[in-house]
Design a protein around this ligand. Structure first.
Ligand code: OOG
Ligand code: MG
Length: 263
């Protein structure tokens, strides 16, 4: 356990200071359970700094994502309030090691959901759905990792932005998605890429979250990138358009503007 705390400190510091670290599995034989224990401990450190748990993110729920990172298991991570970015606002690239962005479908929970649930039960616990984007930023050098590494690193999660919430009683199993950078399409896909239907990702999230007391009302669940992630550079305007649901955007700044009295 003492060693887990050390790994948690290393990965938390790497995230906090935007510094790349070597993969843990290069020097330690971690398994998946150990990796989730490290993730939990590293998030505890953020909670001690005042961050609040606001949901979970599912990862590697599409073939495109699995192929891009060479890991083919569904994973999950924790979302905190500090990771949320303002829709249409800007992110400070300095805060990340080598950030990438990917289109996501977000669920807003209306009711608690935990353990083994059917797709219909999962859907009935949803208040709203929205187009979203996740900023992933592996803390490992060259964005390279094995399954336990990425889990310990909060499944690469480092930011998210959510568009307008829409009704969950619409068909969202096969909605077209376009990710644009400065108006040019860089990724095209469909919500169907997420486990055949994004609601399956919520079913998986309920199962995963059973270990932390279940998904709570008011929480956000990100269903997982529907396309490969796109690298971010300073000056870009990134927008994801999701059929019927609208769009969500973010600007990539070197550094976000300081809110000082002189401005
Ligand atoms: C791992 C996180 C995967 C997703 O949506 O599939 C993920 C990574 O790609 O670094 O967030
Ligand atoms: Mg993601």
């Amino acid at each position: 356990m003492i060693q887990f705390a050390k790994f948690a400190e290393i990965v938390d510091e790497a995230a906090r200071t935007a510094t790349a670290i070597p993969q843990f599995t290069a020097s330690a034989p971690l398994d998946v359970d150990a990796a989730y224990a490290i993730q939990a401990l590293s998030l505890e450190r953020r909670f001690l700094r005042g961050e609040r748990l606001v949901g979970v993110k599912m990862g590697l729920t599409s073939r495109a994502k699995m192929i891009q990172v060479g890991v083919d298991e569904v994973i999950w991570g924790r979302l905190t309030d500090a990771m949320r970015l303002e829709e249409g606002g800007s992110l400070s690239k300095k805060r990340y090691v080598h950030p990438r962005i990917e289109p996501e479908l977000a669920f807003l929970m209306k009711r608690e959901l935990s353990g083994e649930v059917s797709a219909a039960e999962a859907l009935s616990a949803v208040e709203a759905i929205a187009p979203a984007m996740e900023i992933i930023d592996s803390r490992y050098e060259n964005f390279k990792f094995a399954l336990p590494d990425v889990i310990a690193d909060n499944s690469s999660s480092s930011g998210f932005v959510v568009g307008n919430w829409g009704r969950p009683d619409q068909d969202f199993c096969n909605l077209g998605i376009v990710v644009e950078v400065d108006g040019r399409a860089v990724q095209i896909g469909s919500t169907a890429a997420i486990l055949g239907h994004p609601i399956r990702s919520l079913v998986a999230a309920a199962r995963a979250a059973a270990s932390i007391g279940g998904l709570k009302p008011g929480w956000i669940v990100l269903a997982g990138g529907a396309t490969a992630a796109h690298p971010l550079s300073v000056g870009q305007h990134v927008r994801t358009v999701m059929q019927n649901l609208g769009s969500v955007s973010i600007n990539v700044a070197e550094q976000s503007c300081p809110l000082s009295k002189s401005h």
